[in-house]
Design a protein around this ligand. Structure first.
Ligand code: URA
Length: 239
């Protein structure tokens, strides 16, 4: 299912406070009991009170801003997964050390062992526009492989390859040889394990896979593995 924005027009007071501060619901409830919260100038103790974006809400006299859309680029290290359900590996969102990180989902995925650019947002429309197959936005990867790369691969990637178990060949893709075991690959699709399977279809094997760019969004060279930053307004609206 397509993720939707998790920002409602109204919500329970305790949920708002815990989302904005990152504090637990229990901690928030004890703050409420201690008369630390005001709504439109009146002290409120009711955790279940429905509040909305037009109201002036303060916590210990500091204004509480209504949650907003967030857009993050992350340099994903190996060993993290781009899902929302925790399994064998920790989630990429756990690398985003901000109180609002909880509601983020990734726009497109990288495998657990892949590294590089992952985009995270709570804006479902934005991530859908970016990942929609109809838009065919170009994803750029640097891949290292086990066996030497044959020059003939450039043509095979450009013509489209049959992947194991699929009926339709891949769309034209670009492969640029960097050295004997390294290439830059650009694809417009996002099939399951696509780059690894394209390399496998050419009797080779991916050793490392690093994403450099999604459409016009390029991984910031200043971000070390595990680091993130919010997108600029230009980066957000260029989608
Ligand atoms: N192709 C893959 O095989 N894995 C990724 O993580 C991304 C593209």
């Amino acid at each position: 299912a397509m993720p939707v924005s998790n920002i409602p027009d109204s919500m329970r007071l305790d949920r708002l406070l815990s989302q904005v501060t990152g504090l637990s619901r229990n901690h928030v409830k004890s703050l409420l009991r201690g008369d630390n919260v005001e709504v439109d100038g009146v002290s409120v103790r009711d955790a279940a009170l429905q509040v909305n974006a037009t109201q002036a809400i303060t916590l210990r006299e500091d204004a509480v801003e209504w949650p907003r859309e967030r857009y993050v680029m992350l340099n994903k290290p190996a060993g993290y997964v781009c899902s929302t359900a925790e399994g064998a590996y920790p989630l990429v969102a756990s690398l985003v050390d901000a109180p609002w990180a909880d509601g983020l989902h990734s726009a497109g995925r990288l495998d657990a062992d892949s590294t590089g650019l992952v985009l995270l947002t709570n804006d479902g429309q934005w991530s859908h526009a970016l990942t929609s197959p109809r838009r065919q936005c170009v994803k750029s990867y640097v891949v290292t492989v086990k066996h030497p790369l044959q020059p003939g691969l450039v043509k095979r990637f450009a013509e489209g390859l049959m992947l194991n178990g699929e009926r339709e060949p891949t769309l034209p893709a670009q492969l640029e040889l960097i050295d004997t075991h390294t290439a830059r690959v650009q694809i417009c699709e996002g099939r399951y394990h696509q780059v690894k399977r394209m390399i496998a279809a050419c009797s080779n094997r991916v050793v490392t896979l690093h994403r450099e760019a999604i459409g016009h969004l390029v991984l910031d060279a200043a971000l070390n593995p595990g680091e993130w930053r919010e997108l600029t307004p230009e980066e957000i609206s260029g989608v």
